[in-house]
Design a protein around this ligand. Sequence first.
Ligand SMILES: Nc1ncnc2c1ncn2[C@@H]1O[C@H](COP(=O)(O)OP(=O)(O)OP(=O)(O)O)[C@@H](O)[C@H]1O
Length: 832
Amino acid sequence: MDGQSGKTMRTLPDTLSSLKEFNKYLTPSWIESVSHIIKELTPTKPQKVMEDKGQNIFERDDAESDTKVARIQDEMVSLSAQLKEITLQKRESLNNYLDLKGSIRVFCRIRPLSHEQSYSSRTMFTLDESNVFLRVAETKRKQYKFDKVFDPSSTQGDVFSEVEPLIKSAIDGYNVCIFAYGQTGSGKTYTMEGKPTDLGVIPRGIQVLFDRASESNSRFLFTFSMLEIYMGNLRDLLVPGNKTNGFKNVPSLAIKTDPDGGIEIENLVAVTVNNFQEVKRLYGVGTRLRSTASTMANSTSSRSHCLIRISMTSFDAPERKKARNKLWMIDLGGSERLVKTKATGKRLKEGKAINLSLSALGDVIDALQTKKPHVPYRNSKLTQVLRDSLGCESKTLMLVHIRPNENDLCETVCTLGFATRVRSIRLESEESPDVKARKEQLLMELGQKVNDLEQECDDIRRKIKKLEDTMEHLKGPQLSVSTNIVISRPSTEELKINISKNVRSLKNHREVSSGLPRFMKPTAASRHRLGLNNNVPNINRSKPPVPPKRRPSSVYAESVRLPVNADTWQSECSSECSISMTSDINWTPSIQDGTEYSQDASEYEIKQVIFSEHETPSQGQVISFKEWQLAELENMQNKTEERGNIDIDNWIHQQILESNVTCQSKDLNVPEVTGDEISNIPSPIKSERAKDCNQAQDEESDLTLHAPPLNTKDIKQANAVNHFSRAELRSPPSRERCSNNETNKHMSESFAYHGRSRRSLQEKLDDCMLKQPNKEADLSTHAEIRSQEEEHHIGKLTKFFQALQIAWASVRLGLGTVSIGLGHDFFHSLML
Ligand SMILES: Nc1ncnc2c1ncn2[C@@H]1O[C@H](COP(=O)(O)OP(=O)(O)OP(=O)(O)O)[C@@H](O)[C@H]1O
């Protein structure tokens, strides 16, 4: 008897009993026959059924839940496939949309007038959605066409909504360049960086990147770099260098072309970033080192081009255009007529350099737009750096800024001229009205399609999430361990893992972990999150693969907890010739930037590495296609690692070491001395050191800005540590700067460095740094050493004389006391 008919038999007496209720409507003979049947059924059949139930209840429940789980898994697999398909369609549609709009687009933003500027200036402009009409004379108006015009009342949100498709395109694997162009004080930095209350394109864009990466089922690795082009030279803004000494102690950045035609910048620090908070912090440090100065037009005028590069690598997203691509966000130096600024000396040279490179950029974009056979990339460092991100399948957006001031009319005309040139009006004017109309229609359709597909993706994701929850409810949370093989974004540590080895039973994991030192085992929280606490059965590998479970964003390891500062993020360091302003931006973190479990998460990731290293793969194991794919991914990951990224932990670690050296030598290290960075690291000793630094500043009035030697070298050494190979895990994370053995010991604890609480290690490091005598650092020259030795001798002599004086005084005091005492009545009486 199958389950269904058994169930029917069990419920038959009940059914018949209920039928008896209808007796008033039925004939007596019918009732009698029904009663008879009930009598026969009740004593025998239900009893048997109950016995069966007692025996099989657990088996049946298991079977039922297994069937349900299998069904859910099937459904998830099919939904995942559907999601992939729709994502691909969406990428294509978005790409077509952007191509149709033009791979090089130009927007114009007109900044509002400040209070002191005359109201009449407004009449200079008339605007519509895509045109600016400039009154150049009483009766003459000049028209400038753009892809989009933002009037003075437009918000940061308005601007970003138009920029966002490009950011999405970057996630799809395209190289993207976003420029802010305009005269000094026209609002370039405002648009790109924004204000704490009104974030600009850079923070919003980065937030979108992380959001989309976490939504995606693919793994992403993000690295952050920041550099400036100052007077034709590249400078890494993530290496605290010597500004007054022209960054001489820092290795120069060299532009290299790789065999695939990609551009790499040799020696440029690329820090692996896992969330928005980390980027925010790096950005703050970079901004502080940027060359700015007070000019007639802007008190904090940018004297260089500032370039932010986010490199994205995805290992398992074949639908992406490229496995590795870049998003550049560039705040260009202010374009200005040197005659007007009346700049002289250094300011004049800076202005000339900015103008030259801007003109070279214009030439390149013009050549690309008009499809000239030769594109003059080599004419400036700016265009050389961006060579692989300008033109050929990449997307470019130029945000042109204007000041609607009558005094700035000439500047405005120049800016608009530049915009016209890069937008290639000539090409557009060749289009017939028919073509234009069709293009508009197509754009509308494509835009709608992209939105619909996005909506569909969201729906599928929601469904998958629901199924995951149901599954977790049915089977316990252990499945997340197996499905974490493919997470949204890998941490750098994970890149070293032979991912295929991670498809192992929980039992195996437990066995291996039991042999590990305590600090390498998962913490209670991570075990709980990953379901390791539950007694769960081994994963049945014959079951259909479960689609990847998205990792909660809080798991994106952030090893350093950064307090969210509600105050304006601003500090200032000035030197004799230029002012270096920090960013006053305060990027409010999103909910996704949770850091509560971050330490925990990174611990787990490290432990996973160790698990896999201890385990030996079984002999003759059949490698599935998926495993083969994973091995391929690993190859790719290794390639990426060879490029030399640096983890934010290592980077911050370096900054800490630098700050110690800086404090010891009483040099002012710009990012550290402000105390912002120090206060961000939750070590009590840190603040002590900050105090020391401040004292050093007070003591030495004419501080010079010296780059600590070997700084970049150390950072590069730290690159290697980031990737956690077995050998590397045993080697110290970076070159030791401490001379004493205790420090070296702590530095060598690379397991502890990555696996243990960062805070405790930090405190240890700080502690031993503080214990070190400052003497060594202070005695930088031979003369200083000699003078110190002399001082030492003088000190010894002085002490000797002091001791002698004290002894003599004591003797005299003793004698005096005796003579007084002997003459006293008390002694007289004693003697008598
Ligand atoms: N759209 C805007 N709304 C409000 N304030 C703005 C806007 N644009 C610019 N500003 C203000 O104008 C001032 C100058 O802007 P900003 O520093 O962004 O200019 P810039 O083009 O970057 O100048 P530079 O090239 O010299 O660095 C800032 O105080 C900024 O807050």
